[in-house]
Design a protein around this ligand. Structure first.
Ligand code: TEU
Length: 527
């Protein structure tokens, strides 16, 4: 039971670089800022930092529109700053994972400038061009994830180009071997600089239906949903050939040893599992967003964990995440008390956990005044914006919470004077202390890091309980999703010691048999 690959044992911490730490006083976070905060990440006890895109970009989608796959945007710093970040991270035994955005470039990428210049340009086929439909409109019914049609007519050549996201984000043609070769070279560029892996953006989108068939209507579409849900995205994404591409990508990484490939995949469980690839040739970790998508109830989460575990291919390594820069924050979804339970769940389930910066402070939904909206999705489809979960990290009680010397690009949470690292780091019962303690326990106990998982049936609807085991060691996790206290019936003659309570205190408490569990309390017990 000694899984040694770092990304199986390790925990990942996602940094949204605009919002972590500003070092040059322009109100936007940058690479030197992240470097300056590496000691914090080491103190917290994570193993890897995943950085959302920092490539040169017009920032139509805040970096997810890349104009050069082998550079750093001046807003974030220089390649020298990047190298510095990697070496300082490695000095602290932290891995660095880059966000790679291969599905689409920016319209400002020189490749696209060439491609759009003429129909016979050698780069034309690097993107996806189609003649107008019979009525002169878009070639098919595919929609943009950010609202409106996914096709934009380019007047120079009279053809439409395809963009699964903004019109500023034209999709690359991954059926073209030259595109693949260029993108694999870009991966090597960063691998050579010491990057430990990639989180690959919308990896399930890379290949589209060869004949561009219309997507079928979704009978469950409701007006409150983003427009993209009008159709099932069965032809515009998740095509079987994408798995060959991912296997090629993975092979590029493997040539450099233990580098990890994490794929961003929003698909139902059965399809998600396909992305481990035949004989595990695919993504090392197809991102598992199920905790974000499942209602926060003990029975629902229990079922989800069991289904996920059961659905894993032989040898496939699990992973879990509670939130990211596209999703309402966990504390906003379920409240801070339950966010603590969620932290305990995330860090005690079997599989690699990914934390989203600020969740360790219990950061919630930050209201964004109309004149400060930044996310283009919010502008296209009000109500779906992602700014509230992208606000600056809160470091200290002082001005701008220590994030910047200037007004930050997005507002701070109104509670930043108290909800910040400095105020919470030494407080025994704080959520930050809880996260740190959980991360430490994961390192101390093989049962948590790499052990087996088994649900414990207690017959209490609000309680989720499970056992993690490695060798002789057994740990029990008992999580109360409700507000009522319970006496938990454990076998009479079984002694236990509390390792951690989600509310603080109680560590070291011993007993046998029944144990008291407070409302909204989570416990880790050692047998
Ligand atoms: O997100 C892809 C994606 O599918 C989400 O936008 C999703 O549609 C939404 O969160 C609803 O669940 C990735 C990046 O994470 C996102 O920030 C980018 O905007 C997008 O790709 C385009 O690159």
């Amino acid at each position: 039971m000694t899984e040694t690959v770092w990304w199986k044992r390790g925990t990942v911490y996602q940094v949204y670089p605009r919002s972590f730490q500003d070092s040059d006083g322009d109100g936007v976070g940058d690479l030197a800022g992240i470097t300056a905060r590496l000691d914090y990440l080491a103190w917290l006890g994570v193993d890897a930092v995943w950085i959302s895109p920092v490539y040169p970009s017009p920032m139509a989608d805040y970096g997810y529109d890349v104009a050069d796959y082998c550079g750093i945007d001046p807003l974030f710093g220089t390649l020298a700053d990047f190298d510095q970040l990697v070496s300082e991270a490695h000095r602290r035994k932290l891995k660095v994972i880059l966000d790679f955005v291969p599905n689409h470039s920016s319209v400002a990428h020189p490749w696209f400038a060439e491609a759009r210049a003429s129909r016979d340009n050698p780069r034309r086929d690097w993107y996806i061009w189609r003649d107008p439909g019979p009525d002169g409109g878009p070639p098919n019914n595919w929609l943009s994830n950010f609202g409106g049609p996914a096709w934009t007519l380019d007047p120079t050549t009279g053809q439409y180009y395809y963009h699964a996201f903004l019109r500023e984000q034209p999709d690359l043609n991954w059926r073209n071997p030259a595109v693949r070769a260029a993108m694999y070279d870009a991966l090597r560029f960063w691998l050579e600089r010491g990057v430990d892996g990639f989180r690959v953006d919308v990896i399930w989108h890379l290949i589209k239906d060869e004949s561009f068939r219309d997507n079928p209507a979704n009978p469950h579409f409701a007006e409150h949903l983003p427009e993209i849900n009008r159709f099932h995205q069965v032809y515009s994404a998740d095509r079987p050939e994408v798995l060959d591409v991912i296997a090629e990508m993975r092979a590029v990484l493997r040539a450099y040893g233990e580098r990890v490939l994490i794929g961003e995949i929003y698909l139902p469980l059965e399809r998600l599992m396909a992305y481990y690839g035949a004989d595990l040739s695919g993504a090392d970790m197809p991102f598992n967003f199920q905790l974000i998508q499942t209602p926060w109830r003990a029975d629902a989460v229990r079922e989800l964990v069991e289904n996920y575990e059961a659905g894993l291919p032989e040898g496939g390594w699990p992973n879990w995440v509670l939130g990211n820069h596209d999703q309402p924050r966990i504390a906003a979804r379920i409240g801070e008390d339950q966010a603590r339970i969620a932290a305990m769940l995330l860090l005690t389930l079997r599989g690699t956990p990914t934390l989203y910066y600020g969740d360790e402070l219990g950061l919630g939904h930050v209201p964004i005044p109309e004149d400060r909206v930044r996310d283009p999705w919010e502008i296209n489809e009000p109500g779906h914006g992602r700014d509230p979960e992208r606000t600056p990290m809160q470091w200290e009680p002082g001005p701008q919470a220590g994030f910047s010397a200037a007004e930050p690009w997005l507002p701070l949470s109104p509670d930043h004077a108290t909800r910040n690292v400095e105020c919470l780091q030494d407080v025994p019962g704080s959520i930050l202390t809880l996260y740190r303690r959980l991360l430490a326990l994961r390192r101390e106990h093989d049962a948590l890091a790499v052990g087996s998982y088994r649900t414990i049936a207690l017959g209490l609807p609000d309680i989720l309980a499970y056992e993690r085991g490695a060798g002789e060691a057994r740990l029990r996790v008992i999580l109360n999703f409700g507000t009522a206290a319970h006496e938990i019936p454990l076998p009479e003659n079984e002694a236990w010691t509390i390792l951690l309570s989600s509310r603080g205190g109680r560590a070291g408490e011993r007993g046998a048999g029944r144990i008291r569990l407070g409302g909204a309390e989570g416990l880790i017990l050692m047998q």
